[in-house]
Write a protein that binds this ligand. Structure first.
Ligand code: SF4
Length: 70
């Protein structure tokens, strides 16, 4: 998923950008831009993409002894 070629363009993972203040990036071509903006110069850099974390597993109603090793 992270290396797919048809990603939604966003400045936050464009190779021309660097992170700046909250919600903005510094673009080599356009200056300060919104992190979710884009333009025709977009070039995907998969190493800038931060994968979403998985939600914590639901343990309600489960026996806690099932998770111990003794
Ligand atoms: S404005 Fe264009 S070139 Fe600049 S970071 Fe965003 S997508 Fe990349």
């Amino acid at each position: 998923m992270i290396f797919r070629k048809n990603v939604e363009p966003a400045c936050t993972y464009c190779r021309h950008s660097s992170p700046a203040e909250e919600g903005t990036c510094i673009c080599l071509k356009r200056g300060i831009v919104s992190e979710w903006g884009s333009c025709r110069h977009f070039s995907y850099d998969p190493l800038r993409r931060v994968p979403e974390s998985s939600p914590a597993p639901k343990t309600e109603g489960l026996d806690q002894d099932a998770f111990s090793l003794d």
